[in-house]
Design a protein around this ligand. Structure first.
Ligand code: PLP
Length: 234
C-alpha cells in the first residue's frame, strides 16, 4: 500500500467489518495511532487526514515530539511503561495514561496531581493487566488487581477509564481471543468497585490482532504498523 491515506482508509474498513462481526457500533471505537519512532511530519500528515488520537510509548521521545504538535487538535496517549521519575513529565504531556501497572504508580500519580495545581482536573488512566502472565510484561495480575482495586478506586485525582492489556505475540491470532475475553470479563467484574469512575474502556488490540480485539469488545485499539508501515528501531 502506497500512502498513509490509503492505509488509514483500509484500516477503517477492517475496523468497520470487525465491528459488524462483533455486533458493535464503530463509533464506540477509538483508533489510537501509535507514532513511536516516526517523525513529527508523519503525525502532522495523519492529523491532517483526520486522526485525532496518538500514542507514544516513551516519555523521553514524547517530550521532543508532542510540543512540536501543540497546534494540533489531538489527544496524546501514553501506552508504554512509565518510570516513577518521569511521572510529572508524563502528566504534562499526555491526556490519557494507558499503562498504570501498579498501585504504587497510581498512588504516585494521585499525589502528583494533588500537589500540582496545574492539573486541576483528574488525570485519565487505564490499569494495565498482564492477563497472560508473561514474565517479561508489566501489569497487574488479575488477582492482584482484584485485591488492589478498592484502594485504587479511592485515590483522589485519578479517573479510571478501564483496563488495558498487551497480548502475547503468537502465530495464530485466534490464540489471543481468550486473553481479550478475560480482560472484558475482568472489566465487568470490577465495575461495581469502580462505580464512581467512567470505568468502561478496554484498550486492547494492536496491528496483528485488532480485529479479534474488536470482536471481543475493545474500545481503544493501538495501531502503529498497520497505519504507518514497519518501524525503524530507535
Ligand atoms: C508499539 C505498540 C503498539 C503498536 O504496535 P503495532 O504492532 O505496530 O500496531 C501498541 N501498543 C503498545 C503498548 C505498543 O508499544
Amino acid at each position: 500500500m502506497a500512502n498513509v491515506a490509503e492505509r488509514i482508509a483500509h484500516v477503517q474498513g477492517r475496523i468497520a467489518a470487525a465491528c459488524g462481526r462483533g455486533g458493535r457500533d464503530p463509533a464506540t471505537v477509538t483508533l489510537v495511532a501509535v507514532t513511536k519512532t516516526f517523525p513529527v511530519s508523519l503525525i502532522r500528515e495523519a492529523a491532517s487526514l483526520g486522526l485525532r488520537h496518538f500514542g507514544e510509548n516513551r516519555v523521553q521521545e514524547a517530550r521532543d515530539k508532542i510540543p512540536q504538535c501543540a497546534d494540533l487538535d489531538v489527544e496524546w496517549h501514553l501506552i508504554g511503561s512509565l518510570q516513577s521519575n518521569k511521572t510529572n513529565l508524563a502528566l504534562q504531556l499526555f491526556d490519557v495514561i494507558h499503562s498504570v501497572h501498579s498501585r504504587e504508580l497510581a498512588e504516585q500519580i494521585s499525589a502528583r496531581v494533588q500537589r500540582r495545581s496545574q492539573y486541576a482536573d483528574a488525570v485519565s488512566v487505564l490499569l494495565e493487566v498482564n492477563v497472560s502472565r508473561e514474565r517479561s510484561k508489566h501489569g497487574f495480575s488479575p488477582e492482584e488487581l482484584r485485591h488492589e482495586a478498592l484502594s485504587i478506586a479511592r485515590l483522589p485525582g485519578v479517573t479510571i477509564r478501564g483496563l488495558m492489556t498487551v497480548a502475547p505475540v503468537v502465530s495464530d491470532v485466534e490464540e489471543i481471543r481468550p486473553v481479550f475475553r478475560s480482560l472484558r470479563h475482568l472489566l465487568e467484574e470490577l465495575k461495581p468497585v469502580f462505580q464512581a469512575h467512567p470505568f468502561r474502556d478496554l484498550s486492547m488490540g494492536m496491528s496483528q490482532d485488532f480485529e479479534v480485539a474488536l470482536e471481543e469488545g475493545a474500545t481503544l485499539i493501538r495501531l502503529g504498523t498497520a497505519l504507518f508501515g514497519p518501524r525503524q528501531l530507535p
